[in-house]
Every structure is written in C-alpha cells, then in structure tokens.
Write a protein that binds this ligand. Structure first.
Ligand code: DNO
Length: 347
C-alpha cells in the first residue's frame, strides 16, 4: 500500500511542506487544474507538479482527475478530437511517471452534498447529504454552489447541457462509456498507466441524470466491456458506502485486481439516502474500515490509498472536505490499521 494525499497545487493552503510531515506520506495526488476539460495539459505544468513533489521528498504518481469532457459522455461527434487529447494526456502523464489516473463518468455534476457545514456533536463540522433536500433543488434555477458543481458554467450553459442530457439515458451513457474505454485503454497499455474510475457520489441518479457507476454490478459490466486491468477502479469507500446496499468489503475482494487507488473515509447513515461524513475510524461511522483494508490486504493490494474528506476541526477553514487536520488524522489511522493487519498476518 502506498500512502498518498491530495494536493490542489500551488494555491492549496495545505502546502507540500505540511503534507510531508504526515507520518508515512509518500505520494502526491494532483492535477493540472487550470486547463479546461478536454484540452491537452502542457508538459511544463506536469513537470512542475513532479518537481514540486520531489523537492518535498514526495512522488507525483497519481492524477485526480483528468476530467472527461461532457461531449464524450454525451457521445457527440466532437468527442473524436477530445478523445485524442485525452490519450495524449495519458501518454504525457505516463512519461512523467504517473501510474494511475482517477476520473469519473458522472454527467454534469461530480460529488454532491446538501450541506457543507453540518455541526457535529463534538463541535466540528462535516459535509452531509439529505436526499429530500437535494430533490427540492433545481439546478436550472438555483443559485446554489455545491462542491460538485462546475463553477465555470454560466446558468444558460448549464441549462443547455442539462437539456442535452434529456436524450441520454443510462443505456446510452453505458454505450458512450464503452466507446471511451475502447479509445483510452490501448493508450494506457502503451503508456503504462492505469485508469481508475471513481464511483458516482452518491451512487444513485440525481436531477434526472443517469448515474451508472454505483456498485458491484457496474464493475462487472465495465470489466466485460474492457477486461484489461488497466480498466480499473478507485475504490471510494464513502461514495459506495453511502448506500447500505453496497457491501464495500465484498466489492474490495471481488475487484481487488483492478483496484488501483483507494479513497478511504467513513460515512454515517442517518436515514434513507441520508448520511453525514464521519471521522475515519470504524467506530465513528457505518463502515468498517478495518474489514475493508483487511480485504484489500488479503487480496494482495499494492496500490495507492489516500485519506478522503475530513471534517473541519480545531477551527480550520478551507476547501470543504480537504483541510489538513482531519485528513492527516485519517492518514495516520489508515497507516496504523495497515501495520496491524500486516503484522497479524505474519504472526
Ligand atoms: C471528491 C472527489 C471527486 C473525485 C472525482 C474523480 O472529493 O473524490 O471529486 O475527484 O470524482 O474524477
């Protein structure tokens, strides 16, 4: 297991100088965030991330994310040029030493929460999701800004995009996803890079948009489309685990060979399709992180793992889910769990 941490680049208040002080930290997860989706990343920008990490004793080996342009998800003719660009990014990243690319195939919105600062009983606050509150939102009308909303769309662009998705149901999205995989996996083989799809978060449809990467069935179908292990998974425990129907331990075992990257965090179910983000340890949430890591260990997992969203604790403010303190506690907890699991298997 290789311990990693997400870094949003030079503007991130959680600096590499701080990240390197987390015990056991080895790898940086980052991206070129200022190039629009669909375009090719300048090699200098990639090299800069690599050098910044190296000068702090860290290694840049995982990208999160190379975003998939909406025209690819919609299956428009313009996808050919965009897919060529995607493959070029894969090759450039491979040459720079990146081994895993985390991405998602969620239409329009990435991860979504209804509350950004839910007060918890210990005085900290966390992200939370309440399905009723989300169903009452209308993304075409609302001024809301939530973590998974792409701020770069104007209201009219967003409306236009949502209208175009009216013609794309789950089957059509699968077809477009298969097309994407058939184009990018050969480039991955050439570049020695693995794709690791992030599950839809939360794992159910929103605002009438299809969501297809929601659990074990999705992974089975994905594997049939492109059997290569390069067609891999980011096991995001909190996204999958938001639904009690997903047995994350069983998923870890069944798909271990194609899990290249793990986002480890806990959630606490608070009602049907309602959850709060909890501290990482098993006792604080609804997921058993020990069992999940144990399943990975027993399946020979040797990929990258990172602590995922943290609460805001000790008065920290910053990017929701991506402060320093609670994620650092998470990393230390995960490192400790792994050490115990390893040693207990040796005994
Ligand atoms: C949220 C993240 C996601 C993830 C993308 C991958 O905290 O895990 O935004 O980066 O879905 O493309």
């Amino acid at each position: 297991m290789k311990m990693s941490f997400r870094w949003y680049g030079d503007k991130d208040p959680v600096t590499l100088e701080k990240i390197r002080q987390i015990p056991g930290m080895a790898v940086i997860v980052s991206a070129v965030y200022d190039v629009p989706a669909g375009e090719v990343w300048p090699e200098e920008a990639i090299a800069h991330l690599k050098e910044a990490a190296a000068s702090n004793g860290l290694s840049f080996e995982v990208v999160e994310s190379v975003p998939v342009h909406e025209d690819i998800k919609l299956g428009l003719p313009s996808r050919e040029r965009l897919l060529d660009n995607y493959c070029e990014n894969i090759r450039r990243l491979g040459r720079a030493g990146v081994r895993v690319i985390c991405y998602n195939f969620m239409p329009v919105f990435d991860w979504l929460r209804s509350e950004l600062e839910r007060p918890l009983s210990d005085g900290s606050n966390a992200l939370a999701y309440d399905d009723e509150a989300v169903r009452a939102m209308d993304p075409k009308e609302s001024e809301l800004s939530l973590p998974g909303w792409d701020e770069s769309y104007t209201r009219d662009e967003l409306r236009g995009l949502l209208d175009r998705y009216a013609a794309v149901d789950a089957e059509k999205l699968w077809e477009n996803f298969a097309y994407f995989l058939h184009r990018v996996i050969p480039a991955c083989k050439e570049a020695n890079v693995s794709m690791a799809i992030h599950p839809d978060d939360p794992p159910w449809p929103l605002f009438g948009l299809p969501r297809i990467i929601t659990g074990a069935e999705s992974y089975r179908r994905m594997k049939q489309i492109e059997p290569s292990v390069r067609n891999g998974i980011t096991l995001c425990t909190g996204s999958l685990g938001a639904s009690p129907e997903n047995d994350v331990v069983a998923i870890a075992r069944e798909f271990a060979e194609r899990i290249h990257f793990v986002h480890a965090r806990n959630v606490k179910w608070t009602g049907e399709r309602c959850f709060e983000e909890a501290p990482h340890p098993s006792a604080q949430g609804s997921l058993d992180l020990y069992e999940i890591l144990n399943a990975l260990y027993e399946s020979g997992f040797d990929g990258y793992i990172r602590p995922d969203h943290g609460r805001m604790i000790w008065g920290e403010t910053g990017r929701y889910g991506y402060g320093l303190y609670d994620r650092a506690l998470g990393a230390t907890y995960l490192t400790g769990l792994w050490e115990a699991i390893e040693k207990s298997h040796r005994a």
